[in-house]
Design a protein around this ligand. Sequence first.
Ligand code: SAH
Length: 374
Amino acid sequence: MTLADYHHLFPLQHGSRQVFVKAGARGYPDPRYELLARILEPFGERAVDLNPGVGLVSAELLEQIPVDLVETSRACLRCLEQSFATHPQARVLRGLPWEAEAEAYDQAVLVLPAERGSRYVELALWGAAHSLRRGGRLWIAGDIRKGFETYFKQAQAWLGYGLVSHREGSLRVAVLEKENPTPPGEAGWESFEAEVWGRLLSFHHLPGVFSTGHLDPASRLLLHTFHPSLTEDVKGRTVLDLGGGYGGLSLPFAAAGASVTVVEDDWVSVLSAQASFRANGLEGRVFHSDVEEALPPADRFDIIISNPPFHLGGEVILDVAQAFVQAARSRLCSGGRFYLVANSFLKYEPLLEAAFGNLSTLRREGYKVLRSEA
Ligand code: SAH
């Protein structure tokens, strides 16, 4: 798959509706979305979809009522914009599920984002409660193997009456009515400190991002390969972090005097990285970007680093990692270096060989640190 293939949007016919999908975008194929899209009944005059993905569920609702689609992923937003930009009833919004307009909707729909962890799901459920008018209805879809029962109970505690309306294998859909006043909320920010290259850094993040509460051991290993001999080399260099999360890899580079750019698909992570840079008095450019697509086209870098994702909604995927490797090849200055850290079992070597024609394995300690030169 080339970078152009990765960025291509395809029309998908789903029943009588059409939505656009692309590599790296959540929500299709996904049996939770498909089930909810099939059985959902529109209610009232205005709806909000708090985890639309590529928009299967919203596409159904939009036949009957106006829908606001609140999404965090840039890859998904690209699909949603293509599918619904000219739809008079749709509003595609980049945002957090717990920051939707308060008490503004008759209906909220939420495919439980269980792969992001329970704190994130709870905040999303709180967001759903917050967004509904009294008497409004919440539809949730999930999997009993991924905490559905617990989340359903939490939703009942906040909203009021609810029942499980559909069961299919381990999948469940429940409908709840908002009888109670909106419960008090909390912002959700967390932080921790970690020492890297002899400097104490403070990392800030919202729930649901990669490696909450501590630096990821693979990212630590990549940082370790730079210490102590290579850190001098970092000063004054331009560094790009592909898939930057809350800045676990990139903050140390900024603290060591590099000029740092981050691209990140997830808006929750973008906000977290910005908060982390700010908290340490460091500069860093953070782009909400599906791989490199939002970067200024002429930007090139001396060093590119990455701890690429290999899960999407719980499935192992290598499309995004492959796009990262190709983006690294196209964005390095001549003589620049790309450092990638990954689980040992992931077969990234052929991808790097194909893109760069050279490869060194710098470390192998549970994870492996690979380097290619442009
Ligand atoms: N560099 C960080 C995070 C690594 S996890 C650290 O080491 O702590 C990989 C990151 O890639 C996640 O934050 C994930 O949201 C992001 N990501 C996933 N798909 C992406 C895409 N298509 N474009 C950009 N970033 C993506």
